[in-house]
Design a binder for this molecule. Structure first.
Ligand code: HXC
Ligand code: NAP
Length: 301
């Protein structure tokens, strides 16, 4: 992330204590860096202890602050409980949770084994719930406010062919976001979600676009022409900070896409018409006028 492109003032997140699941790599790492740069104390978790340690060291070397790595497999409710206990015992309550950890791969749905489905659903659907519930219970018991943000995908609106376990699981997280925004809103705990379009990362591209480089992805990005590119990390980080920091407390229960409009474009029927030139439009107009005239000639009223 280009830290100079963060929109927020230094120190904005001082006093915040945020857990970023999957914070050792990819988008989670980028958001952890942004939170740390703006003064938050950040916990990052994942299954690879060395990756987490290296990320924490690199962020602290670049920006100072405190980034604490904790190896934890969020598929285990017991491991999650232990992690949260460890966090609380090293400085008290968290103020925020970023549900970012996920697993995914492309597969024809008819080829998926039950274990293949579970490999994704257990991380995304179940694991995100375990972490959210464990932290939420503590906030409620201690009468503490909190902010939960979850990284989903735009597939929560469009569906995701060839990524069905992920789409189903992310849609579940959106439902959790909307449900708990209301149920736990009365405790001062708010819930939002971010649905990123393509932001090339090693983890995602190896599993979703094998053999396709980030540059090739940018060239074929299917979003409106002036934005025909993939996302830039500072753009995601700015949205994540907005949702996690104090000052936007009235935003609750929302899932916000950050995709240059891509899902709207591809959800509509006619996005390919942006490739037409003037002659094609003129020919279409003529053809439509001809059809209208023919119908008009047959009208009896
Ligand atoms: C079919 C597959 C498969 C594939 C694994 N499986 N890969 N089936 N096609 N490509 C099956 C295996 O055969 C096995 O079932 C079962 O899944 C479990 O496999 P394991 O390798 O033992 O799983 P595990 O070690 O638990 O790893 C989980 C994982 C892995 C999800 C499979 O990819 C992972 O750790 N991912 C974490 C990082 C990640 O995925 N990042 C991308 C996030 S991007 P059988 O029956 O054979 O035993 C994202 C959205 C991006 O989420 C949106 C972009 C726009
Ligand atoms: P990534 O680098 O592979 O990130 C996934 C992270 O989740 C890894 O750090 C991984 O660490 C962690 N993780 C996986 N299983 C875990 C488990 N059981 N317990 C704890 N941590 C676990 O991929 P990414 O692209 O940054 O994806 C991050 C998030 O963004 C995901 O939610 C993804 O769905 C979402 N997203 C990404 C894009 C994109 O274009 N990149 C678009 C839309 C949404 P370990 O392997 O060490 O556990």
């Amino acid at each position: 992330m280009d830290a100079a492109k963060l929109m927020f003032k230094q120190g904005l997140m001082a006093g915040e204590r945020i857990l970023v699941t999957g914070g050792g790599t990819g988008l989670g790492r980028e958001m952890s860096e942004a939170f740390a740069k703006l003064g938050a104390e950040v916990y990052i978790c994942g299954r690879r202890g060395e990756v987490l340690q290296q990320t924490a060291d690199e962020i602290m070397a670049a920006h100072g602050g405190v980034v604490r790595p904790i190896a934890c497999d969020i598929r285990s409710a017991e491991a999650v409980r232990e992690m949260v206990e460890q966090i609380w015992s090293t400085g008290g309550a968290l103020t925020g949770l970023m549900n970012n950890a996920a697993g995914n791969f492309i597969s024809r749905t008819e080829d998926l084994s039950p274990r293949g489905f579970d490999a994704i659903a257990n991380i995304v659907f179940r694991g995100s719930f375990y972490v959210t519930q464990e932290i939420g219970k503590r906030w409620i018991a201690e009468k503490k406010k909190g902010s939960v943000c979850s990284i989903v995908t735009t597939w929560v609106w469009t569906g995701g062919p060839f990524t069905v376990p992920s789409s189903m699981s992310k849609a579940g997280i959106k439902a959790m976001t909307e449900s708990l925004a209301v149920e736990w809103g009365r405790f001062g705990i708010r819930f939002n979600a971010i649905a990123p379009g393509p932001f090339p990362t090693k983890g995602a591209w190896e599993r979703l676009a094998p053999g396709v480089s980030a540059v090739e992805s940018a060239a074929s990005a299917a979003n409106p022409s002036l934005l025909a590119r993939v996302g830039e990390m500072h753009e995601l980080c700015n949205l994540a900070v907005l949702l996690m920091a104090r000052g936007a407390d009235f935003i609750n229960g929302q899932t916000i896409a950050i995709d240059g409009g891509q899902h709207l474009m591809n959800g509509g029927s006619f996005h390919r018409l942006s490739e037409w030139d003037e002659a094609q439009w003129e020919a279409a107009r003529e053809s439509i006028r001809g059809a209208n005239e023919k119908d008009r000639a047959q009208r009896t009223t």
